[in-house]
Ligand binder design. Structure first.
Ligand code: CAA
Length: 260
């Protein structure tokens, strides 16, 4: 079934998922969230993509949040469903065994900022703006914001953003560690593609193990995190890429990773 509210393209092992509902600044309604879930499940199953870029269509917005018109008539039960639907998308991004790069072209608000936080790396246009404005609607973040923001930028700054609902500019987001690379608007996609291409050339099983160890390590104490790391480290020793990487180093030649 074709997508209506997102676009997906893949070439040279790089996938680009674009949220494309420009009439609502790419706001996430239930259909968009379902399309994203399906797209992420398919790309995971097909296994061709080695790095994924997530972005928003148009000049103005990455994603301006969950769709307020859709939420305005929701019951308590439907709100819980909506939250779980959005959380499934953000968790699917975090669980993808490959690097995911958010290319933030404009407003990343509410559910949009929550999408950004589920990505591994963030490249942002100097024009991007970030915020959790839910409080101004009488609600709170529901796609992971109350949990991931404090883990990303620390509880005091997360409280300030979530209680106050004010936006921050791209420069502040960069300074606070939400953004890895800040670029001119016209360079956003080329910079994200460059980063994706560099990562797509790395040994994918090692990358997946690194992602897993970092992700799950953040949720456990250091001792258990170190045990997790040792398991993930050991897995990489079962790969051809580890044999190739070490042989290439010792032979003083560039490594050619086959992805196994
Ligand atoms: N949901 C639905 N529609 C939205 C939307 C959203 N989150 N954000 C923008 N739109 C729509 C507007 O209603 C408007 O539609 P019409 O042209 O039909 O009137 C269109 O997109 C353009 O928006 P504006 O006219 O408002 O554009 P602007 O330049 O004046 O302002 C903006 C831009 C500051 C981003 C403003 O649109 C805005 O504040 N949007 C809402 C941001 C927000 O509160 N996001 C959080 C949503 S709640 C959430 O995400 C909960 C969660 O965690 C799950």
């Amino acid at each position: 079934m074709p997508f209506e509210n997102i676009r997906f393209e893949a070439a040279d092992a790089i996938g680009i998922l674009t949220v494309d509902r420009q009439k609502a600044l790419n706001a996430l309604n239930p259909q968009t969230l379902r399309e994203m879930t399906r797209c992420l499940r398919d790309l995971r199953r097909e296994g061709q993509v080695r790095a994924l870029i997530v972005t928003g269509a148009g000049e103005k917005a990455f994603v301006a949040g969950a769709d307020i018109a859709a939420m305005s008539t929701m019951s308590v039960i439907e709100a819980k469903e909506m939250s779980r639907l959005g959380q499934r998308v953000t968790s699917a991004l975090e669980d993808l065994p490959l690097p995911v790069i958010a290319a933030v072209n404009g407003f990343a608000l509410g559910g949009g900022m929550e999408l950004v936080m589920a990505c591994d790396l963030v490249v942002a246009s100097e024009k991007a703006r970030f915020g959790q404005p839910e409080i101004n609607l009488g609600i709170i973040p529901g796609f992971g914001g109350t949990q991931r923001l404090a883990r990303r930028i620390g509880a005091p700054r997360a409280r300030e953003m979530i209680y106050g609902g004010e936006m921050i500019d791209a420069e502040t987001a960069h300074r606070w560690g939400l953004v890895n690379r800040l670029v001119k608007p016209e360079e956003l996609l080329s910079e994200a593609r460059k980063l994706a291409a560099a990562l797509a050339a790395k040994p994918p099983i090692a990358l997946a193990q690194a992602k897993l160890a970092i992700r799950h390590g953040l949720d456990v104490d250091l001792e258990n995190g170190l045990r997790l790391e040792a398991e993930a480290f050991a897995v990489t020793f079962s790969t051809d890429d580890r044999t190739e990487g070490m042989a290439a180093f010792l032979a003083k030649r560039p490594a050619k990773f086959g992805g196994r």
